[in-house]
Design a protein. Structure first.
Length: 271
């Protein structure tokens, strides 16, 4: 069978007894990074005197090879005791794992998902925003119109919204929010459960001042719910029906689909 096993996001003490048992009894460990998993196992051996099965096999399975790996699988692979672990946190949450689960469902393979450490839920509770409904966006696209439209949706969906952001783009995100929603309350969590864990509350401008250019670390950004903006009721067919040049229609359609303008224009030519 397959077991998806979460690992600590920082503090090794957060690992569960059930997770330790699953790791120690695995025949094959599918790992987002085999080096990280081997380091975790070494710590468990040293700190908790855990005994692991001999001759465990470690196979790299990450976002770049997950689909091709699964395409070449046979159900008999799961006759062994298979465990998948991401580097930290819950597999399948901005990490590989879901494609494996889909394979098991489609091929009648038994599987189990262990509960455990998760940055987005930890930050959601730590934010103190009392709304019980939330949306998780993961990482926004790095640039372009798709990033802009994703940010608009994150800000104006009516729910508490959670993003992950890298230290290299955190200042960009805060400046974008400052421009769009200067008074919106935010909560930022840095290095959750680790030695340098830090919580920050305030507007984008206030948090930028507090950080003073120090963006190092892994960040979770929680955006307090704002008013929901109704999504456009305009469809592609509505635009196509307008008496406008095709290039103009293509540009308008791209506004609601985030499609590349040139590709959209070529697609419309073939209609």
């Amino acid at each position: 069978m397959l077991s998806l096993v979460p690992t600590p996001i920082g503090n090794i003490g957060d690992i569960s007894l059930r997770a330790i048992n699953a790791l120690s009894e695995a025949d094959i460990l599918l790992c987002e990074d085999t080096r990280v998993t081997k380091k975790l196992i070494h710590i468990l051996k040293e700190r908790y005197n855990t005994t692991f099965k001999e001759n465990q096999e470690f196979i790299s399975l990450h976002s770049h090879n997950e689909k091709s790996f699964v395409q070449n699988l046979e159900p008999s692979f799961f006759d062994s005791n298979i465990v998948y672990v991401s580097d930290a946190g819950m597999p399948g949450i901005s990490d590989p794992g879901q494609v494996l689960v889909r394979y098991c469902i489609d091929n009648g393979v038994e599987y189990d998902i262990f509960p455990g450490a998760n940055a987005l839920l930890t930050a959601f509770v730590a934010s103190g925003f009392v709304e019980t409904q939330m949306l998780f966006f993961g990482f926004l696209d790095h640039k372009g119109s798709s990033r802009s439209s994703q940010l608009q949706e994150a800000l104006h969906n009516g729910y508490t919204t959670i993003l992950y952001e890298s230290p290299h783009r955190l200042d960009k995100l805060l400046l974008e929010i400052k421009k769009e929603e200067p008074s919106r309350e935010l909560f930022l969590a840095k290095e959750l459960t680790k030695k340098y864990q830090k919580y920050l509350h305030g507007t984008a401008e206030e948090i930028l001042q507090k950080l003073d250019g120090n963006y190092r670390g892994e960040w979770v950004v929680v955006i307090k719910a704002g008013e929901s903006h109704s999504s456009s009721a305009i469809t592609q067919n509505d635009i196509l029906a307008l008496d406008l040049p095709l290039k103009v229609k293509a540009k308008l359609i791209c506004k609601i689909t985030s499609e590349n303008t040139k590709e959209c224009y070529q697609r419309l030519l073939s209609l």
